[in-house]
Design a protein around this ligand. Structure first.
Ligand code: AMP
Ligand code: ZN
Length: 447
């Protein structure tokens, strides 16, 4: 079965042939860690997790490398850190670290609850500044970048095919984009590789003074470090195509003898909430973290996959309820997630540019074993307990319940009924109901 993927670069669906089937390489732009991620941000994470799982299925678990970076150098982060700093007398970089480490930890927990595997590598920008500086030095040396007023800028006129991903000419870009006009730029579309930092802003020493890298060079340096000059697939939301991905291409290719950065470029469509663009002012801005208080993570995952990743999607409470109902029925029906193989029609749909809505409709027709295997490939656990109570999200918590049950059984054995009743009540307070049967104690969560 051939995997076919829609390539934004060529605007066509193409058969996928890895550069090296023993090491299929995928890079996805990760979060900027200054605040909770919203449900729109969850879309690329879930979509590319499905791709990661499918590639592992097709090429073998050990033969896929997935890099998703963490942007922890960014002016939004700096602004937030300044607010946090207040009148405390600590270095700003410490506050930035506090903020970004905490935000990244919550992000990791939230996306794990959505059933996403950790990427093979999750590099942070702050740990790769020397690589960024080295790449900028190369770009200056080979005539693609110039220094001006403490800044280093990429010279877009040095790259004749600049604009090939978004298919815009320089004139169109200038007309459409809100470009930052700055006296030190040779061309209005030239973009920042390095900029100076004042004393209250995180900065690193460089040949151009104390400063910090621009956002685009972060991804170019980190993808090169972990995946090499050219890799198979680069992904992100459609909003990143221009200027972010265009600029990644310009930098990386110019630094690497014009070798292509990625063979296939994939972009997910945007997510709206209840028919409207998500925004804080409309009051429909929903974070993953909040949703996970009320909805099981696997329900959110399923709801996301009911739309094709390239289409715009509308996120609704109605859709989440439907998703919950379907998964409950399916987890009941497909209680064997281990032994079956996904059906051919299901795989055909999934390998056709990740057509998850079609794959899901094939699951409606599947028998119990194929259903379980299909759901498993899509990243579902089949754990009915996770589906019943959103607050029981991980195996650690399952293990905790089991631990309490063991303690209760030990107390009962020792005829310490006060203690055993206390443990039963402790669990009941969380909605966990115990059933003692001939083969031991089982439990379930009553909603
Ligand atoms: P950001 O942290 O804003 O760079 O976004 C992280 C990822 O989420 C990027 O791949 C964005 O393209 C993607 N993204 C942001 N908003 C949405 C949305 N409403 N729908 C789908 N993807 C989004
Ligand atoms: Zn990027």
């Amino acid at each position: 079965m051939t995997l076919r993927l829609y390539n934004t670069l060529t605007r066509t669906k193409e058969p996928f042939a890895p550069l090296d089937p023993k090491n299929v390489r995928l890079y996805v732009c990760g979060p900027t860690v200054y605040d909770f991620a919203h449900i729109g941000n969850a879309r690329p994470v879930i979509v590319f997790d499905v791709l990661f799982r499918l590639l592992r299925h097709l090429y073998g678990e050990k033969h896929v490398t997935y890099v998703r970076n963490i942007t922890d150098i960014d002016d939004k982060i700096n602004a937030r850190a300044k607010e946090r700093l207040g009148d405390r007398n600590v270095p700003i970089l410490d506050v930035v670290r506090e903020l970004t480490v905490e935000t990244a930890r919550i992000y990791d927990e939230d996306v794990a609850a959505l059933g996403c595997l950790p990427p093979t590598e999750g590099p942070r920008a702050t740990a790769h500044v020397p690589q960024m500086i080295a790449m900028i030095e190369t770009l200056i040396a080979n005539g693609h970048a110039y220094e001006a007023a403490g800044h280093v800028l990429f010279d877009v006129s040095s790259k004749p095919d600049y604009g090939k991903l978004s298919r815009r000419s320089l004139d169109e870009m200038m007309a459409g984009a809100r470009v930052e006009v700055a006296p030190y730029k040779r061309n209005a579309m030239d973009f920042v590789l390095w900029k100076p930092s004042d004393a209250e802003t995180p900065g690193w020493d460089s040949a151009w003074g104390r400063g910090r890298p621009g956002w685009h060079i972060e991804c170019s340096a980190m993808s090169a470090q972990y995946l090499g000059e050219t890799f198979d697939i680069h992904g992100g939301g459609i909003d990143l195509m221009f200027p972010h991905h265009e600029n990644e291409i310009a930098q990386s290719e110019s630094a690497h003898h014009n070798h292509p950065l990625a063979k296939v470029w994939m972009h997910n469509g945007f997510l709206n909430v209840e028919g409207e663009k998500m925004s804080k002012s409309l009051g429909n801005f929903v974070t993953i973290h909040e949703l996970l208080q009320d909805w099981p993570g696997e329900v959110l995952r399923f709801n996301m996959l009911r739309s094709h990743y390239r289409q715009p999607m509308d996120w609704t409470v109605h859709g989440m309820k439907e998703s919950w109902g379907t998964l409950e029925r399916w987890y009941e029906k497909a209680d064997n997630f281990v032994s079956g193989q996904p059906g051919p029609a299901f795989l055909e749909a999934l390998t056709d540019d990740l057509n998850t809505p079609l794959a899901i409709s094939e699951l409606h027709k599947a028998g119990a074993a194929e259903l379980g295997a299909g759901l498993k490939l899509l990243g579902f656990s089949g754990n009915k307990n996770l589906l019943r109570d959103p607050n029981l999200r991980s195996d650690i918590e399952d293990a905790w319940v089991q631990d309490r049950i063991n303690a209760r059984n030990a107390a009962r054995k020792a005829k310490d009924f006060k203690e055993s009743d206390r443990i039963r009540d402790e669990l009941a307070a969380k909605g966990i109901v115990l059933k003692d049967g001939p083969s031991g104690t089982t439990w379930e969560v009553k909603r």
